[in-house]
Design a protein around this ligand. Structure first.
Ligand code: ASP
Ligand code: MG
Length: 424
């Protein structure tokens, strides 16, 4: 059996949904579970609703109306007959947040956040389930919150694998058959009290991997607006090419260094059960895409580029210019961890510890303030971190060109460089 995942771009409007229905109709006769994200940028719109409630800005109704209108237009375009009950169903999803509306929030509004953003996936799957039924498919809608269980860490729920596996097998598996297609939501789950949780932004790939794992799927497909996994971001590198095959190990490395095509947590569950994954184009569904698997052979002749803009370079020195030793390092790391700032690259010399990070500005400023109590700290925003897997010297020279090199690291397969803006 297969698990498919369709992301926001693949269901962004009525035409896109028609295309998904056409793709799914090609797979009739094979057991299939389909995981779907919120339509287009709906999750961002729901985040705006969340902010509006927290800030009590008086624009809540306006924001909710915008969300409903966006989906109502799609419903009107998709179906020949009027579907008032479907619109009502979407509207009713907002009823759950009514009790939250007049509450005051200190800093804990994450439970409300998850309840709200889950409306995006619930809405998209309701509409698509209906569209599939109209096209003649026996579509079965499943609420992912009844099968995917997490702890109560709202916004970043951690999976309770034992419970999830049991529920998926008891409740979802019996619906999987050659004559049906199961439709469920990515990104959303629930805790032991059945409160809605989410798996972190862009978490739908991970949902698909969780279901693939629990169902022992043969393969998982991620349908995207690109032909597959590319060796670089085509907006920055017009010569980007598709990688035909990528091993699990290589995919994990690419995700670790920040490649956005693969959600970092997606590969592990697939690797544990040796489930093949394909990244395919929903624009060109018959094309081969990229195969990611245990035995896939990574073509090391093709270098892969990962670029991360908006990096901050933080340089920390002892006040008395004594050596930076283990005690300092453990204190410095403790500060980074406490402020939840993740280091992307670091280096130390006799008296300096240097790190590049990309978190939110306020978080970094707090960290820097804290570090300044014990050290001399300098920082520089607007640096760019570039990672190249399977590099060669020629590429490195071209890349550096006339730019300032803040930091540079090389291992056998991976070259990383932190660059400043081109010098004038
Ligand atoms: N809708 C969620 C998001 O936009 C999850 C996903 O698309 O993967 O982050
Ligand atoms: Mg998405």
């Amino acid at each position: 059996m297969r698990v498919f995942k369709f992301g926001g771009a693949s269901v962004k409007d009525a035409d896109a949904i028609r295309n998904v229905t056409t793709i799914l109709n090609k797979f009739i006769g094979e057991p299939l579970v389909v995981v779907i994200s919120a339509m287009g940028k709906s999750t961002n719109a729901l985040e705006a609703i969340h902010r509006s409630i927290i800030e009590n800005d008086g624009k809540l109704d306006q924001h909710i109306q915008k969300f409903k209108d966006f989906h109502d237009v799609i419903i009107d375009e998709l179906f020949q007959l009027d579907r008032p009950w479907l619109k009502k169903h979407v509207s009713n999803l907002f009823e759950e947040i009514i009790p939250f509306q007049n509450q005051t929030f200190d800093d804990n509004s994450d439970e409300l956040y998850d309840k709200l953003v889950s409306i995006g996936e619930l809405t998209s799957t309701l509409i698509i389930d209906n569209h599939l039924k109209c096209s003649g498919l026996n579509s079965i809608w499943v609420d992912a919150r009844t099968i995917i269980k997490t702890d109560s860490n709202f916004k970043e729920g951690r999976i309770n694998w034992e419970q999830t596996e049991r529920l998926v097998n008891a409740q979802l598996a019996p619906n999987v058959s050659e004559t049906s297609v199961v439709v469920t939501q990515g990104f959303i789950a629930s805790d032991h009290q059945n409160r809605t949780t989410t798996l972190g932004r862009e978490g739908s790939d991970y949902s698909a991997a969780i279901l693939s794992y629990c169902l022992d799927a043969d393969e998982m497909f991620i349908w995207k607006d690109v032909p597959g996994v590319l060796n670089a971001d085509p907006r920055k590198f017009p010569d980007a090419v598709k990688l035909d095959e990528v091993s699990f190990h290589e995919a994990i490395e690419l995700a670790y260094y920040g490649a956005s095509v693969i959600h970092p947590r997606t590969i592990q569950p697939l690797q544990r059960k040796n489930i093949r994954m394909y990244v395919k184009s929903f624009v060109n569904p018959d094309a081969t895409g990229t195969l990611i698997s245990q035995n896939a052979v990574t073509n090391t002749e093709i270098p892969s580029y990962i670029t991360q803009n908006g990096q901050w370079l933080i340089t920390i020195a002892t006040r008395d210019f004594s050596f930076i030793v283990e005690e300092h390092l453990s204190h410095i790391f403790e500060c980074f961890a406490r402020h939840k700032v993740k280091i992307d690259i670091m280096q130390n010399s006799a008296v300096y510890f240097t790190a590049a990070v990309h978190n939110k500005e306020w978080r970094l400023l707090e960290l820097i303030k804290d570090l300044q109590e014990s050290y001399e700290v300098k920082y520089n925003s607007d640096a760019e971190l570039i990672t190249i897997r399977h590099y060669n010297e020629e590429i490195i020279d071209q890349l550096k060109n006339d730019r300032i090199v803040y930091m540079e690291q090389k291992t056998r397969q991976t070259y990383r460089v932190l660059l400043g803006n081109p010098s004038v």
